[in-house]
Design a protein. Structure first.
Length: 287
């Protein structure tokens, strides 16, 4: 009868081999030193490759982190540059508006040195939604002393009159508004006329008789009558003079190009009416 000896499994053999190798390598004996050096020399290339791969992985991960930090820093710098550019643009616009306002006041006051002119400067902040050529919105209102029917100027040109004055804003009807009418005269002939808007960016003269000395290229200025506009404020230039459409020969058809250009308005000057100044002076004397 033959005894069957169980054969060791492959796993058990591998474990025994690893234990024996570990025991031989780590045992502090000069006998096993050559064996230890043999195994170390075999494993050295593997360790070198592992170390090199680990270094490359570490460097790669470091580069990824650095790039992420650089990208975040670039984003913050771009946002800061955009804010600075917006602030600079806003400051340039503000300085331009102030310079425009100063130029307008200087030009107007230099041509009216003999008059006592009072008023408040204002900036155009909007246009009437119905027709941008007929009215504008300014950033001055009743709290700033603005009243209805006050004349509004730009440089030394007539712009229009205050139509509504609210708390901090006002609506100004332009010369081109059909509801806006002012007294003017020809600088050449001194002939008086009434300037009225036509809602097409121009004006016309009303009730100009055939005998009136009004010609093409005549320059029109305000008369200062009715205590609204100061005298000698430029209104516009006569573009054309034609006979009446009716053919009766009673009134001329006169078209005027206003000096005021709606699309160029940025800063204006709201002038105190002469009639209001006279009224306040009379009230002051009564007190």
């Amino acid at each position: 009868m033959r005894l069957k000896v169980p054969r060791p499994s492959k796993r058990a053999c591998l474990i025994l081999l690893l234990l024996a190798t570990f025991f031989l390598v780590l045992r502090p004996s000069p006998i096993f030193k050559p064996m230890k050096m043999f195994f170390v020399s075999i494993l050295a290339p593997v360790q070198a490759h592992i170390f090199s791969a680990g270094s490359k992985i570490s460097m790669f991960l470091g580069d990824v982190a650095d790039r992420r930090d650089l990208a975040e820093e670039n984003r913050r710098l771009r946002e800061r540059v955009e804010k600075l550019e917006a602030a600079l643009s806003s400051e340039v616009d503000r300085r331009h508006a102030l310079q425009e306002e100063l130029n307008s006041l200087n030009i107007f006051l230099s041509r009216h040195e003999d008059e006592e002119i009072k008023g408040v400067p204002a900036h155009v902040i909007g246009w009437d939604s119905a027709d941008w050529r007929s009215s504008i919105i300014i950033d001055r209102g009743a709290k700033d002393g603005v009243e209805k029917n006050q004349p509004v100027l730009w440089h030394d040109f007539a712009v229009g009159m205050v139509e509504d004055a609210w708390g901090t804003t006002s609506r100004v009807k332009l010369l081109t508004d059909p509801q806006c009418r002012i007294m003017a005269r020809s600088v050449r002939s001194r002939a008086k006329c009434i300037v009225e808007g036509t809602a097409d960016g121009r004006c016309r003269l009303k009730y100009v008789f055939d005998s009136a000395d009004i010609k093409k290229n005549d320059v029109l200025t305000t008369t200062g009558e009715h205590g609204i506009f100061p005298r000698h404020v430029l209104v516009g230039t006569v573009m054309s003079v034609e006979p009446s459409d009716s053919g009766v020969g009673l009134f001329k058809k006169v078209i005027v190009q206003p000096r005021m250009a709606p699309g160029e308005l940025e800063s204006v000057f709201v002038v105190e009416r002469l009639s209001a100044r006279v009224r306040r002076g009379a009230e002051g004397k009564r007190k």
